[in-house]
Design a protein around this ligand. Sequence first.
Ligand code: PTJ
Length: 260
Amino acid sequence: MVKIPKSHPRYWSLYYREKIIEGMERGMTAKAGLIAHGRGEAFDYLIGEKTIEPAERAMKAAVAKFLLAKHPVISVNGNVSALVPKETIELAKAFGAKLEINLFYRTEERVKAIAEELRKHDPDIEILGINPTKRIPNLEHDRGKVDENGIWRADVVLVPLEDGDRTEALVGMGKFVVTVDLNPLSRSARMADITIVDNIVRAYPRMVELAREMKGLPREELERIVEGYDNGKTLSDVLLHIKNRLTKLAREGIWRRKEL
Ligand code: PTJ
């Protein structure tokens, strides 16, 4: 991995870029994952590279739903395993959820490399999706292959950095789908039950924190949080946040401004 000086004004952005490149070199991340990452970066610029209120609201509802779930599952792809392997395991433990590797560009080598990366952070962790035997109806590509003990029987599924057709197919199967996606206009963002518009590198640690805080809440309180949540409003609020932010920046001027 290229060493980036901490003093660089774009240190974290460059750091995670290197993580994705390293993920690809180690056989975990698909080439297309680099492009997906770039799309995410562009939207992160627009929201201001920090967790915004609609994302915090969506995370609270998502955590409440996961704490109430009977068979919660967290899906892992090549980008997720490169960016947040440790946090993925922490989140699975905090939710009492199963982990399932599920890839669009599936190869056995990539599945193996991702499983190895996850096991580095916890050698005993159960990893599903290695020999998937079930198929999501109406989904022809390889991401339709799912584990009988994982996504197949899940009631609540977290599918981060996802493309929209599987999100839609899972919703069609009656599952409750949560996604993390920096692009509020993407099909996954529009199809999911809860959409967290935030960078996964900020969202996962925050969700771990929230899960630990909210674990002691009574079921009725968790149910109230889920019922009071409106994903359509969240997405509209994200679009308004971007619009208002850009309007403000345009009025103030950005030329030779060091910080936005
Ligand atoms: O590992 P595989 O084979 O399953 O392939 C994974 C990719 C990501 C290549 C595949 O799922 C794909 O092509 O996804 P899309 O359709 O590009 O969607 C990915 C979405 O994630 C885009 O809307 C991006 O804006 C968003 N995104 C990218 N990086 C981040 C992100 N959202 C949150 N945090 C990020 N760091």
